[in-house]
Every structure is written in C-alpha cells, then in structure tokens.
Write a protein that binds this ligand. Structure first.
Ligand SMILES: Nc1nc2c(ncn2[C@@H]2O[C@H](COP(=O)(O)OP(=O)(O)OP(=O)(O)O)[C@@H](O)[C@H]2O)c(=O)[nH]1
Length: 317
C-alpha cells in the first residue's frame, strides 16, 4: 500500500467529508449573518429522525429542544457566540417520534481575517448513555445519603442526622429569637431487660420504643433520633418549656400504653423511660454542645431520682 503524505491527505476534500460523515458526532455549520444551517451531517437523521434538509435555521434547532432546556441553552449559546467564545451546552433534542435524546453541542466560533464572526461550526454528540449513568449515580448518591442519616435498627434518624438538624435548628432559632427544646430519653433498666429476655427481644423493644416516640410528635420540623444504645433524642423547634414538657409527658404515656413487660422493673414490672427536658433561645454566645450537656444532666437527674420520671432545666437557665 502506498502511504499518502500528510499534505496530500489534508488537501483532499473527499477525505474530510468521508471523515466528517462517518464519525458518531454530527458536524454542522451555521452562517452567522443569516442564522441558517450551511451544513449538517447525514448522521442527524438516524439519530433524531428529522431529515437533513429540515434543518434550515437556528429556529429549527431551538424548536427541537426540550422546552425546559430551551431558554437556558439558547440564551447561553447566543451570549457566548456574540462574545466570540467557543462553548458547549447539554440539552434534550426532540426526536421525530416525540422522544428526546441528550445532546452535547460543542461550538466553535469562526472569524474572518478582521476578527468578525463569520460562522459557528460544531459537533453534536449523543450523550444519552452518559446522562443515564449520571442520573443512576445521582439516585444512588441520594439513596446513600438517606441511608447514612438513618439508624439501621429502628429506621428513625440516627445521631448524625440529629447533629445536622441541631446545627441547622440552632441557627434558625438564634436568628429568629425562637425557643428550641430538646428531650433526652433513656430506657430504664434496659441491661436487665436484655439479660432477661435476650438481645433479640431487646432489639425488637428498641424498634417499638422508636416507633412509639415518633407517634408522639406533631410539629412539622420535630425530629426523633436514636442517640445511641437505648437512648433517644427529640428536637422540638419553636416549642416553649410547657409545650416541651407536654411532649415529654405524652412520650411517657405512650410508652406506658405499650405495656411492655419488664419483670425486673420496680415500676409496675413494665418498661419505662426517664426523660431530661430543656428549652432555650440560643444567644450569640451560647453553644449547642453546652445545651445538650445540660439536658443530659437532667436525664441523669431523672435516673438518680428513681427513673420513670421527667426532669427539666429551670426556665431561663
Ligand atoms: N438489644 C440491644 N441492646 C442494646 C443496644 N444498644 C445498647 N443496648 C444495651 O442497653 C443496655 C444499657 O445498659 P445501661 O447503660 O447499664 O443502662 P440501663 O440498664 O438501662 O440502666 P439505666 O439507664 O440506669 O436505667 C446495655 O445492656 C446494652 O447492651 C441494641 O442495639 N440492642
């Protein structure tokens, strides 16, 4: 075989045409003055179904774009082209049978020897597969994110989620000078419960308690989370001390209604909880960790004072 020189190769227009029309990318050219297509590769027809000669002007291009993409893409491409900047844009192109194909349009601005824009040339790439993979990845990512905020056993929020919500609600309460209430709830004599009924029954009991606590909430931003082991937390944005105490009482009542037998508990031989409650309007210098510590001390006091009881931070402390 005789190899042609680079010059011979590049001087042959047929070579260019064959190359352009055999790639998967679709070449095109738009005349800047008339905004009409001077060329579009024949590959466009098998991809979108529209015949080659139906691509007359930029209007046809804009009209065959998903309505949600049109304004953004057209504005972007016009601005970039007017500024003489090469650019690329992703959009959904309409197919003749009313479907859509994701396209990446890569655009080069051609100027004459005086720097005046003469034409736009570019390639359209079919990126549907890439977009599908991206969408699958995004779905997986949000599923993973949701999982990373959930407690595996009880299916309620985990401590990580609680910490994130606390930070967020703390800021909101501070900026709006609103109260924020916190309940820390711990199952009484749970070690004995496990020892007596077994770890599996213990797990089941934690699931029941989590479910029961979540039923005791009614505010749209109220959050119940498993803090760890047999300890739960409830965050009540906007709740004042009385409202918070009522929620604590409701939690206790609902746990009582569960009537879970705990033969070793001195409180009616059934499962009970101890609760620490606190409310504050965060100030410029207060810190959420100090607040949780203070509420945790109330929980400790509830344990020390006999369990199956609620202790609360004095108002204004
Ligand atoms: N089944 C089960 N038990 C758990 C889990 N996490 C922590 N526990 C148990 O919870 C018990 C907690 O024991 P303690 O901290 O002594 O508390 P307690 O026995 O409830 O005593 P008080 O809180 O003082 O009333 C331990 O026996 C842990 O093994 C869990 O996921 N499943």
């Amino acid at each position: 075989m005789r190899m042609v020189s680079a010059k011979e190769f590049s001087d042959d227009p047929q070579v260019y045409q064959a190359l352009l029309e055999s790639t998967r990318a679709i070449p095109w050219k738009i005349d800047w003055a008339s905004m009409k297509f001077a060329y579009i590769g024949p590959q466009i027809e098998p991809l979108l179904g529209w015949s080659r000669d139906s691509w007359r002007s930029v209007e046809d291009w804009a009209q065959r774009m998903h309505p949600e993409d049109r304004e953004r893409v057209v504005n972007f491409c016009v601005t970039q082209s007017q500024a003489g900047a090469d650019h690329e844009a992703d959009y959904r192109a309409l197919t003749r049978d009313n479907g859509y194909v994701w396209i990446r349009d890569v655009v080069h601005v051609v100027r004459d020897e005086h720097g005046v824009v003469e034409a736009l040339i570019g390639f359209m790439f079919d990126i549907s597969e890439r977009k599908k993979t991206e969408e699958r990845l995004l779905t997986l990512q949000s599923e993973l994110e949701a999982l990373s905020f959930k407690d595996g056993l009880t299916n309620i929020a985990n401590r990580r989620r609680f910490n994130a919500s606390l930070d967020q609600e703390w800021e909101t309460a501070r900026s709006q000078a609103q109260p924020l209430s916190l309940l820390m709830i711990d199952i009484d004599y749970f070690k004995q419960f496990n020892d007596l009924y077994g770890h599996l029954r213990g797990d089941q009991c934690l699931v029941e308690v989590a479910h029961t606590l979540s039923l005791a909430l009614d505010g749209p931003r109220d959050l119940v989370a498993r803090f760890g082991g047999e300890e739960f937390v409830i965050l009540l944005p906007g709740a004042d001390p009385d409202q918070a105490f009522k929620v604590a009482e409701r939690c206790q009542r609902r746990i009582h209604k569960l009537a879970t037998i705990h033969a070793l508990s001195p409180h009616g031989q059934q499962l009970t909880v101890s609760i620490g409650v606190g409310t504050l309007v965060p100030g410029a210098h207060s810190q959420s960790a100090q607040f949780t510590d203070a509420v945790d001390k109330q929980l400790y006091a509830a344990k020390k004072n006999g369990r199956n009881r609620i202790e609360r931070l004095p108002v204004g402390s």
